[in-house]
Design a protein around this ligand. Structure first.
Ligand SMILES: [Zn+2]
Length: 359
């Protein structure tokens, strides 16, 4: 497949390609990106040389070279000129940790937004819904140190209208605003977005405690972010869903999604069967955490994520520090094509190892 296919992504159904077709398309995109980043990012070229990889001509998805996620914390990995950097994203985390830095130029940022909207609107429909954001206003202002949270909110805001922030800056519910939104849109499809723990802790729990229930029965909730804090409270995905439906309405659609600041735009959305799905534009592989060999379906290992989007930084193939398991491909009962998987948590810090050690 030729390099000109980059503009073709819009003509491909988000979850419509079966294995052979998808791999042919995605592999062409990933090889193009490998060559591009080798030519434009010296540390990346060094990394590939260290692995004995020169060509950018992988013959299968599992042969596409990958960068360990933590390298984005250690190196300035940029394939664009400093003057072209339009926004720098930083990973969330405590201030004592070194954060990932992701350099976006206008083209990559624009493609991220377009792909994200195309992907998520396959769940919400084309019409922009009134949108309740479970966060406080003031996350998206600072261009220099744009946080993952701010980027997530801004990325999803394109799906909605009448954007309403549900929280005060101290994370307490802004009840007058919430009550207005609920009164205004009680009989309409609305969109709710927030980070998983914040939705649970700062929205759903206060709603239940205050006696409000069943006030947004046509809502669709997208939520993302780690499960660790909820696991600490012994809240499973099933408990989360059941409780959200008790609070908002029995028919509320709830979709978790998995994604990372290193690959904004490529997210893996949970379907009605509770499976995270790779869209046509992205994929996942599972690798053994010791040998880094590709794992079979059902085996636990590190999640590698592939995306056709990033041109301004070498993030098209990343080995994450998250553990997961491939559940199947092209045969989920929801009808979507592609691989589906589950995320099982994060590798403890001390166990992180892998290809970056060639540095
Ligand atoms: Zn499914």
């Amino acid at each position: 497949m030729s390099d000109s296919s980059m503009s073709d992504w819009k003509s491909i159904e988000v979850f419509g390609l079966a294995k052979a077709e998808k791999q042919a398309w995605l592999l062409g995109q990933l090889n193009r990106l490998t060559r591009h980043h080798q030519a434009h990012c010296q540390p990346y070229a060094n990394l590939l040389a260290g692995q004995g990889q020169q060509e950018g001509a992988a013959e299968s998805l599992n042969a596409v070279p990958y960068v360990a996620a933590r390298l984005f914390k250690m190196l300035r990995l940029s394939s664009t000129l400093p003057d072209n950097v339009f926004k720098t994203l930083t990973s969330s985390g405590t201030t004592s940790q070194v954060k990932s830095q992701i350099f976006l130029d206008r083209d990559t940022a624009a493609l991220q937004s377009k792909v994200l909207v195309s992907l998520l609107s396959s769940f919400t429909g084309k019409a922009r819904r009134p949108m309740l954001i479970v966060d406080h206003d003031g996350l998206t202002g600072d261009k220099a140190g744009f946080s993952a949270r701010g980027a997530g909110v801004q990325g999803l805001s394109f799906l909605g209208r009448d954007h309403t922030y549900a929280l005060n800056s101290d994370m307490t519910p802004n009840w007058p605003v919430i009550d207005d939104f609920m009164a205004k849109y009680a009989n309409e499809p609305v969109l709710i977005f927030g980070f998983t723990f914040m939705v649970w802790q700062h929205f759903i729990q206060p709603l239940i405690a205050s006696g409000r229930s069943n006030q947004l029965p046509q809502a669709l909730l997208f939520h993302s972010g780690g499960w660790k804090k909820l696991q600490d409270q012994a809240v499973s995905n099933d408990t989360f869903k059941t409780t959200v439906r008790q609070a908002l309405g029995e028919q509320v659609a709830i979709h978790n999604f998995y994604g990372m600041v290193e690959q904004i735009g490529s997210v893996f959305v949970e379907c009605e069967q509770g499976h995270l799905h790779a869209p046509t534009y992205a994929d996942v592989l599972i690798r053994d955490q010791e040998t880094l060999a590709e794992q079979c379906e059902g085996e636990i290992g590190l999640i590698q994520v592939l995306s056709f989007i990033p041109t301004s930084y070498p993030g098209h193939s990343i080995l994450t520090e998250d553990l997961g398991r491939l559940l199947g491909e092209d045969n989920c009962l929801c009808g979507r094509k592609g691989r589906y998987f589950e995320v099982l948590g994060r590798l403890p810090k001390t166990e992180v190892r892998g290809c970056s050690d060639v540095f």
